[in-house]
Design a protein around this ligand. Structure first.
Ligand SMILES: Cc1cc2nc3c(=O)[nH]c(=O)nc-3n(C[C@H](O)[C@H](O)[C@H](O)COP(=O)(O)OP(=O)(O)OC[C@H]3O[C@@H](n4cnc5c(N)ncnc54)[C@H](O)[C@@H]3O)c2cc1C
Length: 374
């Protein structure tokens, strides 16, 4: 390893890789240091759903648009398959339909469309048409298989852009231009720490000031009994009541009140439905949001049951089988969707605190690198 780099990035999740990409695009010599032998955190456990419609209005929605464009630029070169595009949000309750209409009237809805139930079924034939009032079609989204995409992205950064990776190495301290690791010190002009939900190793006192919590999510892989095509990612009424781009609209209040009354247990566990498809025809289905001071190690069967209840309410897939289950976790803040802290002029501490790093990380990486090399 050369002794000095322009930039050391701590963490090889999507945020760290995004920072590395933005820096090499500025001609910087970059080293990424990751404590594990490969990325194993939130970035490979998620839906790989690069979401725009539903992101918080304003800067974050703009970040998602930019990040989606970066994904579109890199997937071909990095050999990452886009499995489907767009998202579909059927509205079954009149209150959800009202949120959909309100969203379509905002600038965020400009390229989106209201579909009839029959039109929605041309994208995702297994949706239940009964009681569906309409569906929101958003053309922006991409879906990648994160557990394959993230390693491919790292390999492409290494081979195509000369980013160096130091795996199985923990960074233990960052002090100016000196970065201490479990394999010895490294010198760098700058350092960006992208630690995911590790609050205790680097800059713990600065992280503590943000009052972050850890959000644990449960996820399932479901195999339909007979092959079925998902031509888009699918969400549900619950998502209109949870994703800020919808739920922050004043028109969402009646829906939220109805969901809280009808589906109190699901709402209490932060359950909303997302279903996306993989290349083998299986579906990634989730999720729940349970907040605490550490990742929850043990999945709760009741949560999985409720997620599958929400799934069966909108999909007609008799005989579907759950073939995989896992948990994931991320840093969460009540008052911000991203956190960028500046421990020193040449050091940044970066977290996505709203559970949207796959959707926004590439844009955040550019913003952080721009701030370092302004
Ligand atoms: C189940 C689940 C589903 C999700 N679905 C979506 C989705 O569909 N779309 C979306 O946009 N977002 C989604 N998210 C959120 C998204 O996955 C996260 O926002 C994003 O992955 C965070 O990326 P990260 O790089 O900050 O963290 P991570 O992926 O956790 O990576 C951080 C890395 O830093 C390393 N590290 C930490 N400290 C050190 C140290 N001191 N030294 C060396 N290495 C260190 C860790 O080992 C880890 O590999 C989901 C999250 C989960 C958990």
């Amino acid at each position: 390893m050369p002794a000095t780099f322009d930039l050391v990035v701590v963490g090889a999740g999507i945020v760290g890789l995004a920072v590395a990409l933005a820096a090499v695009r500025k001609g910087k010599k970059v080293l990424v240091i990751e404590r594990n032998a490969k990325a194993v955190g939130a970035s490979i456990r998620n839906f790989g759903f690069i979401t725009i419609s539903g992101q918080k209005a304003g800067d974050h929605w703009a970040r998602a648009r930019r990040a989606r464009d970066v994904w579109a630029e890199v997937v071909g070169e990095a050999g990452i398959a886009v499995i489907h595009t767009g998202s579909l949000l059927p509205a079954y309750r009149p209150e959800a339909e009202a949120v959909m209409e309100a969203f379509l009237a905002t600038p965020m809805g400009a390229d989106c469309q209201r579909l009839t139930p029959a039109e929605a079924l041309t994208h995702v034939p297994s949706l239940r048409a009964k009681n569906m009032r309409a569906a929101l079609w958003s053309p922006h989204e991409l879906r990648v298989e994160s557990r394959e995409a993230i390693p491919k992205l790292a390999a492409w950064l290494e081979q195509r852009h000369g980013v160096r990776f130091q795996w199985n190495t923990a960074v233990t301290a960052v002090d100016g231009t000196r970065i201490d690791t479990s394999r010895g010190p490294v010198e760098a002009g700058a350092c960006v720490v992208c630690p995911g939900d590790d609050f205790s190793t680097l800059f713990p006192e600065r992280i503590a000031a943000y009052g972050l919590r850890i959000c644990t999510l449960q996820m399932l892989r479901v195999m339909p009994a007979t092959p079925t095509r998902f031509g888009a990612a699918v969400m549900s009424d619950l998502s209109y009541g949870r994703y800020e781009g919808f739920a922050d609209l004043p028109e969402a209040q009646p829906l939220i009140a109805r969901l809280d009354a009808e589906l109190a247990e699901m709402r209490g566990l932060g359950i909303h439905l997302i279903a996306v498809q993989s290349a083998d025809g299986s579906l990634v289905v989730g999720d729940s949001h349970v907040y605490g001071d550490a990742p929850e190690p043990f999945a709760r069967e009741r949560i999985d049951t409720l997620i599958m209840e929400a799934f069966d309410q909108i999909f007609d897939l008799p005989g579907r089988q759950v073939i995989g289950r896992w948990c994931g976790s991320y840093a969460s803040a009540a008052d911000r969707v991203v956190m960028v802290d500046q421990p020193a002029d040449n050091v940044r501490l970066v977290m996505v605190t709203g559970g949207t790093g796959a959707s926004t990380g590439f844009a955040l990486g550019e913003q952080v690198v721009d701030s370092l090399y302004a």
